[in-house]
Design a protein around this ligand. Structure first.
Ligand SMILES: *[C@@H]1O[C@H](CO)[C@@H](O)[C@H](O)[C@H]1NC(C)=O
Ligand SMILES: *[C@@H]1O[C@H](CO)[C@@H](O)[C@H](O)[C@H]1NC(C)=O
Ligand SMILES: *[C@@H]1O[C@H](CO)[C@@H](O)[C@H](O)[C@H]1NC(C)=O
Ligand SMILES: *[C@@H]1O[C@H](CO)[C@@H](O)[C@H](O)[C@H]1NC(C)=O
Ligand SMILES: *[C@@H]1O[C@H](CO)[C@@H](O)[C@H](O)[C@H]1NC(C)=O
Ligand SMILES: *[C@@H]1O[C@H](CO)[C@@H](O)[C@H](O)[C@H]1NC(C)=O
Ligand SMILES: *[C@@H]1O[C@H](CO)[C@@H](O)[C@H](O)[C@H]1NC(C)=O
Ligand SMILES: *[C@@H]1O[C@H](CO)[C@@H](O)[C@H](O)[C@H]1NC(C)=O
Length: 400
């Protein structure tokens, strides 16, 4: 009797669940909002606005084909799970001066929850427009519009997205929570300037998985107040590798805690994994709980570098050490080739020496003419485990 009752209830519940999940999402096709051969910005915005208002799960659909998109700001909140499904190619205007809001990004996606961006080729058309880019020497240079911003987004997935032909590709994901980037492909030439792949800051629980990122700048750059970032099976190169920082310049910066970089490959990058903090700078935060494991380096200039004397273009003084503490780090199973003889460099702060740094199973070779592979170690006493090639911090650690 009781069993029958339970079975009936279970049957009823599974029937309900079936109906909930079998519910077809409502489709908002941009062609029904006026998208045609011209700029689809308004049509996309209108379809998006309608979808955000839907109380049933919905899909904003961009069909196959090539679509011109000048600029769009897609803001939530959405009322139910929402997917932006791109089957076509979105093309930016090749002329950056045509961006309607010059201070804005090309595509901004803010304040959404249970959101999915799936598929699509985002074509920045950078080749023509950014030839005159001088942002490497001019801080007031023209802002370049190939930039996607995901801010204040939650419980979201960005998958199977490809960027091509963009000299400046720059994804920002700020103040977000529980976001997965899956099979994200970014390609920009190695000589394009300031084109970070994915820039993160003030986020919690971000996964970047099964992705390929080639840029002219950082593959993934990590700003302050990051918590629980998982980077897995990502191939970086060309570019500057995965970088935490630079940190320290702004007194309001907060701790970075929990960065897990696993099963990644770096090909021909300037750095593999890097931490950079400014000397003579006010912020006193902590960078801790970092795990760099199972990494392959293929001709990387600085496979591992902690630089607490980061001071590009003489923008700072070196007289006072960085006040940022780096602790609880594991560097395990890192193999491959270095393009320079200094295969690991730990320039830790004299004021806040690196602490609890475990280094194990390292096999990094250098085959150039500048002598044997070495490591550089200031203000660090690593805990060594497993095999070490070359010997790590073999000469006594110096103090600053
Ligand atoms: C939102 O949807 C409701 C019905 O669910 C409708 O009455 C209302 O007009 C819609 N608002 C907008 C701005 O589309
Ligand atoms: C997102 O999903 C969670 C869990 O299913 C649910 O509680 C929440 O209401 C959803 N929010 C939106 C905007 O879909
Ligand atoms: C991308 O956006 C950030 C701010 O969100 C801005 O600082 C940066 O200059 C932009 N990059 C490009 C290439 O437009
Ligand atoms: C994170 O977001 C995914 C959807 O992308 C959701 O399935 C999962 O439950 C969320 N996790 C947490 C801890 O909220
Ligand atoms: C992110 O990666 C971690 C570690 O692999 C995993 O535990 C977690 O479930 C992943 N989260 C999502 C939303 O995929
Ligand atoms: C790693 O990512 C690449 C690129 O997305 C993919 O082809 C490959 O199958 C992934 N490897 C694993 C073990 O998942
Ligand atoms: C890392 O790659 C190895 C094989 O190359 C695979 O066995 C392992 O499951 C991968 N681990 C993760 C966390 O992706
Ligand atoms: C390694 O990288 C350097 C530049 O960093 C380059 O000059 C050299 O040709 C590369 N070697 C190989 C074997 O790819």
């Amino acid at each position: 009797m009781q069993l029958n009752f339970i079975v009936t209830i279970l049957f009823f519940l599974s029937f309900l669940a079936y109906n909930v999940y079998a519910e077809e999402p409502v489709i908002f096709d941009i062609r029904n909002y006026g998208a045609g051969s011209g700029d689809i910005s308004q049509a996309l915005l209108d379809a998006w606005t309608a979808a955000c208002n839907s109380t049933a799960p919905s899909i904003v659909f961009i069909p196959p084909g090539t679509w011109q998109l000048s600029q769009v700001k897609l803001h939530g909140p959405n009322k139910a799970p929402l997917e932006l499904q791109v089957q076509g190619t979105l093309q930016a205007n090749p002329d950056p001066s045509k961006l309607p809001d010059k201070d804005g990004q090309w595509i901004t996606l803010n304040y959404v929850d249970n959101f999915t961006l799936s598929g699509g080729i985002f074509d920045g058309q950078g080749q023509q427009a950014w030839r005159q880019n001088d942002c490497h020497k001019n801080q007031n240079c023209a802002k370049l519009p190939i930039n996607m911003s995901f801010n204040f987004i939650k419980n979201s997935i960005i998958r199977d997205v490809t960027s091509k032909n963009s000299k400046n590709w720059h994804v920002n994901c700020i103040s977000s929570q529980n976001v997965t980037f899956l099979r994200f492909t970014i390609s920009a030439p190695g000589d394009s300037i300031n084109t970070d792949g994915i820039h993160l800051g003030r986020d919690t629980m971000i996964n970047i998985t099964d992705s390929i990122i080639g840029t002219g700048d950082d593959c993934i750059s990590i700003g302050d107040e990051m918590k629980d970032l998982y980077i897995q099976n990502v191939t970086c190169g060309p570019g500057h590798g995965i970088s935490i920082g630079s940190l320290g310049r702004n007194v309001a910066e907060k701790d970075v805690q929990g960065v897990y970089v696993r099963n990644c490959t770096f090909r021909g990058t300037d750095n593999g994994v890097r931490i950079k903090t400014w000397p003579s700078a006010p912020a006193q935060l902590q960078i801790s709980d970092l795990h760099f494991e199972d990494l392959i380096m293929d001709n990387v200039s600085n496979p591992v570098i902690f630089d607490q004397e980061y001071c590009p273009h003489n923008l700072c003084k070196l007289d006072k050490p960085s006040l940022i503490k780096i602790s609880k780090v594991t560097l395990k199973n890192i193999r491959g080739t270095s393009a320079t003889s200094e295969v690991m460099s730990f320039l830790c702060s004299g004021a806040k020496p690196c602490e609890n740094i475990e280094v194990g199973d390292i096999d990094l070779t250098y085959t150039g003419t500048l002598g044997p592979a070495t490591t550089k170690c200031d203000n660090i006493k690593p805990i060594l485990v497993g095999k070490q090639n070359p010997p790590i911090c073999a000469t006594p650690a110096q103090s600053a």
